[in-house]
Design a protein around this ligand. Structure first.
Ligand code: TYD
Length: 211
């Protein structure tokens, strides 16, 4: 068994957490050790960065925002993700570099290439083996977040519809550019169907039978 790094991406309300939990339980049932984690906030330092970047009340300069996500990532990759991969675990992570490219690079207009380069430096070059993109209409995603949490949106979720549409388009463009790394799943399908598609793609990677 070898360590595998699997990331989940997509807009808010696409169901990443639910799908990751189901996938994790299935992998554990097949004898794999799984580390479930997320960015921002996958370390003690990252929890504090997450609070700053998502709940700061005043203006946060877009470049400061981008560097806070990058700092969170640097701490997380070095102290959590790489050690788990070295122990041959499956790391199942909500959001990674592609989120920075979509939200800061494209959504904030800082430049996709520059943000990918800063993020890749922060992660010291660690790339996922597989990235699952849960693709969903932005108004549907937003309605799901509102239904789950009421009107308590964080700083990113509070952005206008056009911002979230540009984020969705950016994720889809990344998937088109790197079809070997991405699995794109229509997140409007039922939870079971989305999970079935994910398992079919993950099974060969983690050396388990999809049945
Ligand atoms: P997430 O943990 O998915 O939100 P929640 O737990 O509230 O569902 O992500 C938090 C927000 O951070 C999300 O709106 C996307 C944003 N984000 C970025 O803008 N850039 C990044 O690099 C990352 C990792 C997340």
């Amino acid at each position: 068994m070898t360590g595998r790094f699997i990331t989940l991406e997509g807009g808010d309300g696409a169901g990443k957490t639910t799908q990751a939990e189901l996938l994790s339980a299935w992998l554990v049932g097949h004898g794999r050790t799984v580390l479930r984690t997320r960015e921002p906030g996958g370390t003690d330092l990252g929890v504090r960065i997450r609070e700053m970047v998502l709940h700061e009340r005043g203006h946060v300069a877009p470049r400061a925002e981008a560097l806070l996500y990058a700092a969170d990532r640097a701490q997380h990759v070095e102290t959590v993700v790489r050690p788990a991969l070295a122990r041959d675990e499956v790391v199942l992570q909500d959001r990674y570099i592609d989120s920075s490219v979509a939200y800061q690079g494209v959504g904030r207009g800082l430049g996709a290439d520059q943000i990918r380069s800063v993020s890749t430096w922060a992660a010291d070059g660690l790339a996922p083996d597989l990235t699952i993109l849960l693709d969903l209409d932005v108004t549907v995603g937003r309605a799901r977040v509102a239904a789950a949490r009421g009107d308590t949106f964080d700083r990113l979720e509070s952005e206008a519809g056009a911002f979230h549409q540009s984020v969705r388009d950016a994720f889809r463009a990344m998937a088109d550019a790197e079809p070997g790394r991405f699995l794109v799943v229509d997140a409007a399908e039922s939870t079971d169907e989305v999970q079935r598609r994910i398992r079919a793609a993950v099974a060969p990677l983690v050396e388990v039978d999809p049945a």
